[in-house]
Design a protein around this ligand. Structure first.
Ligand code: ZN
Ligand code: ZN
Length: 370
């Protein structure tokens, strides 16, 4: 059995290389012409060739890939996916049509995707409705559970907020299918070129550098720092920016971490934009091989404290297998450290409507599936 698995991984590695080489000249790999080149060149985050983090990152050597393959083969914790179905509450169009006015309600859709009802409009964050977080429909991490609703069942969307261009956050098929329903798209500098290639009109694409804000009705969106990287292919690494977001309404202040390693920026964001009523924090896909660009659960809790959060909602887990931890490990670990630090943790089921004016008690639904 073990031998079979090893052969499968080696084959998978060869297929990945062949596929990458084969697609070398096509849209998956080639970086698109940026829409705001002059603003990119002036950005404090751009070093003349690429976007960079606030703190210098150690360079990954060539030994990274053999280490990663070895880890996948020998150190992968099981179960990497749930054996029983993850509970998903279906969201119906009728339900969405009857949400209470002037309340703020969010629904987890899976991984880092959120549907938000705020200032009497619908918003999506990092929407991913496809079966895989991958450039390919037949290959790559496959979701554990269906989305609580389909794109067809969504009402008109005031705006889509994007954190960065990785496949598990920016999904081509989802953007193409959503386009007709969405008024505007908000994203970090450099991300818009992909959307434009996929048919989103230039006047719907709005790009921001860190600490730049935009008012949309009574909402203020601010792109804030994160410590991460970007790229969808072999030649576009760090050619677009990554960000976290602050979403401030007339009633609530919300933080969405995007993907990030732990860094001093959380404290600064807390001081400048906090406190937050709710913080959606990356908790999952961590790995000792990439400690700078994703947080360990203990760091997620510390980042939440640094930010001056009041309710912590872990995102980036329970939908895809993107590292070597068991699928439930992010939730078990974040629960442990939240308890230790007296942090209020909320892990809603997928599709469960959460009203920010009536935060429920924590339900540890995943423990029934462990
Ligand atoms: Zn990412
Ligand atoms: Zn991610």
């Amino acid at each position: 059995m073990r031998k079979l698995k090893i052969v499968a991984y080696i084959l998978l590695g060869i297929i990945t290389l062949l596929v990458a080489a084969g697609f070398g000249a096509d849209q998956y790999i080639k970086s698109a012409e940026p829409m705001n080149r002059d603003r990119i060149l002036k950005s404090a985050q751009y070093d003349g060739e690429k976007f960079v983090n606030a703190a210098p990152m150690p360079q990954q050597g060539l030994s990274f890939f053999p280490k990663m393959i070895r880890q996948q083969m020998f150190e992968k914790m099981q179960p990497s996916a749930p054996k029983l179905p993850i509970p998903v509450q279906t969201i119906t169009p009728e339900q969405l049509a009857n949400l209470p006015a002037n309340e703020t309600i969010f629904f987890k859709l899976g991984h880092s995707s959120l549907l938000l009802w705020i200032e009497n409009e619908f918003w999506l964050i990092d929407p991913l409705f496809s079966d895989r977080a991958s450039p390919f429909s037949f290959f790559g991490p496959k979701r554990f559970h269906p989305t609580p609703l389909s794109i067809a069942d969504l009402p008109d969307i005031k705006g889509v907020i994007l954190s960065h261009n990785h496949y598990d956050h920016l999904d081509k098929a989802s953007i193409e299918a959503l386009n007709a329903k969405v008024e505007n798209f908000y994203m970090p500098l450099g991300v818009g070129a992909s959307l434009a290639q996929w048919g989103v009109s230039a006047d719907q694409i709005h790009e921001y550098d860190w600490h730049e804000s935009v008012n949309v009705g009574a909402l203020t969106l601010t792109a804030t720092p994160s410590q991460h990287f970007s790229g969808r292919g072999l030649s576009d690494r760090n050619q677009s920016l990554w960000a976290s977001w602050v979403i401030k309404s007339s009633q609530h202040n919300i933080y969405f971490s995007g993907d990030s390693g732990y860094f001093s920026g959380f404290k600064d964001i807390g001081t400048q934009y906090g406190p937050f009523d709710i913080s959606f924090m990356e908790t999952g896909a961590y790995n000792t091989l990439w400690p700078d660009v994703h947080m360990m659960p203990q760091e997620t809790v510390q980042a939440f404290i640094d930010l001056k959060g009041s309710v912590l909602v872990p995102i980036h887990n329970s939908t895809f297998d993107l590292s070597v931890h068991a699928w439930f490990d992010p939730l078990e670990q974040v629960l442990k450290y939240s308890d230790e630090q007296n942090v209020k943790l909320l892990v809603p089921e997928m599709g469960d409507p959460i009203n920010l004016n009536a935060i429920p008690e924590l339900k540890t639904w995943w423990q029934e599936l462990m």
